[in-house]
Design a protein around this ligand. Sequence first.
Ligand SMILES: [Fe+2]
Length: 292
Amino acid sequence: MTETDAPALAVQSFFDGATNTVSHVAYDETTRRAAIIDPVLDYDPASGRIATGSADALVDAVEGGNLAVEWILETHAHADHLSAAPYLRERLGGRIGIGRHITAVQDAFGQILALGSDFVPDGRQFDHLFDDGETFKLGDINASVMATPGHTPACVTYVIGDAAFVGDTLFQPDFGTARCDFPGGDPRDLYRSIHRILSLPPETRLFTCHDYMPGGREPAWESTVAEQAAKNIHVGNGASEEDFVAMRTKRDAVLSMPRLILPSIQVNIRAGDLPEPEDNGVRYLKIPLNAL
Ligand SMILES: [Fe+2]
């Protein structure tokens, strides 16, 4: 099969307005084999309550569509929402996968959060670590993994049939690209990663992980390689690496930390597992002061 007749992947997307996150249920219509990408666990930082409304919408889509979940895929360790991957694995099955370089993020944040010797930063918390170029099948559809670092050192893009799940590399063309100022982030890496994505066939459908609705438009998360190459406000129309790095560095210098970075990262580098309960049966998150 040539690249241009890659089979169509069915995709249902779910927008979480609380965190601007888009989760996806992707499947092969013939075999009903499915992957869930970047699922959200609802978390209210004021009350410390977690809830599964967003994840249950994915469960309903899987059960209603008579789908069999093979994979729960994270594009990276998210800094803006907690992952619902363990909850979904429990409800629906499947294996939790992330990019091999998650170990760099685990190492950096394991130290910032003083997670101690119980937390081993070698990726063992996940069911599978994907290498750059690794291939797998979703039913009858061929899939591959591209390392696309820059936003974080561990970011990957999942290319499944005629679609690619780009995480936080590219956003919709009118919003541009992701920040690169987290530990291990690098705008030069991001520019090169984006150009790997833009070297996919021009009709490839790109699905992002976030949308911030510039100008108050409706939420959107799907574009194509051709649209991004032409119109992306940060990298489209032949923008140079030097211009991109200068723009990104200047912009990132004035961004505040994501509201949920500390709760999110400590859960997500454990593959979404919550901290063990203390003697009173309550689980606690850790907030380091003046560390970020
Ligand atoms: Fe992110």
